[in-house]
Design a protein around this ligand. Structure first.
Ligand code: AP5
Length: 229
């Protein structure tokens, strides 16, 4: 598999972007950049950025572009030009997509592939209503019927020992707003990448490992194309 792949993981809230990004960044040995995790870790440290972002996040709306774009591009551009990356949660509107394209064009290193994890709204609501997240490393967990998180005894993160909590923006009102914002502001990004021939759709309704394999299959197609060139 090609090294230094530049991927965007795209999809609605709760599609499994974070879950798949974690699996992929280990597999591909590339850095993951998640805007949501970035904002939440800033909030935990009570930085001005985190406090400002949380005002928007708690309402389920997008953090303004003038806050978001510079922070993400600074991270992307701080990588070596040969390094790959996975963007999780960015770009989230056409303005962000154009800003990313412009920045990467300056290095002649465009995005290789945009993977769209497609999951219907009813399933998103179900997943987000039952999600717990590690306060420390932000690994997501799913609550089972008895209210206990799968794979994490005593509500303690299996990866790092951090405590698990429910995100403020996973309340029913915020989830419904996030899905609405996804449809009105974020979905047009699909056309942006479809027009450039970079889009690969993956059905996100299946076990995590199965979705991971579907994602890998799409990545292998790009890698093989690159190897041939
Ligand atoms: P962000 O943190 O990016 O949230 P999101 O996009 O709404 O996505 P989530 O993290 O909720 O879900 P996910 O797709 O990562 O799914 P996960 O793997 O956790 O953004 C939060 C907020 O920050 C935004 O609302 C906005 O305010 C702001 N923000 C972020 N980026 C921004 C930007 N670029 N511009 C402006 N504002 C921005 O999985 C969900 C659940 O499902 C988990 O419980 C998981 O265990 C489970 N699950 C995962 N895969 C499966 C599967 N295959 N089957 C069953 N369950 C599964």
């Amino acid at each position: 598999m090609a090294k230094g792949l530049r991927l965007v993981l795209f999809g609605p809230p709760g599609a499994g972007k974070g879950t798949q990004t974690r699996l992929l960044s280990g597999h591909l040995e590339v850095q993951a950049i998640s805007t949501g995790d970035l904002f939440r870790s800033n909030l935990q440290r009570q930085t001005p950025l985190g406090l400002r972002a949380s005002e928007y996040m708690n309402q389920g709306i997008l953090v303004p572009d003038e806050v978001t774009i510079d922070i993400v591009l600074e991270k992307v551009m701080s990588l070596n030009s040969d390094d790959g990356f996975i963007l999780d949660g960015f770009p989230r509107n056409p303005i962000q997509a154009s800003a990313l394209e412009e920045a990467l064009d300056r290095r002649s290193r465009p995005v290789d592939l945009v993977i769209f994890i497609d999951v219907p709204d009813e399933e998103l609501v179900r997943r987000l209503g039952g999600r717990l997240m590690c306060r420390n490393c932000q690994t997501p967990y799913t609550m089972e019927e008895d209210g206990q998180p799968e794979g994490a005894a005593n509500r303690v993160c299996d990866s790092c020992g951090g405590d698990l909590y429910q995100r403020d923006d996973d309340s029913p009102a915020a989830v419904s707003k996030r899905i609405e914002v996804y449809h009105s502001e974020t979905l047009p990004v699909l056309d942006f990448y479809r027009d450039k021939g970079l889009l690969a759709r993956v059905d996100g309704v299946a076990a995590v490992e199965k979705v991971h394999n579907r994602v890998l299959k799409q990545i292998q197609r790009v890698s093989k194309t690159e190897d041939r060139e």
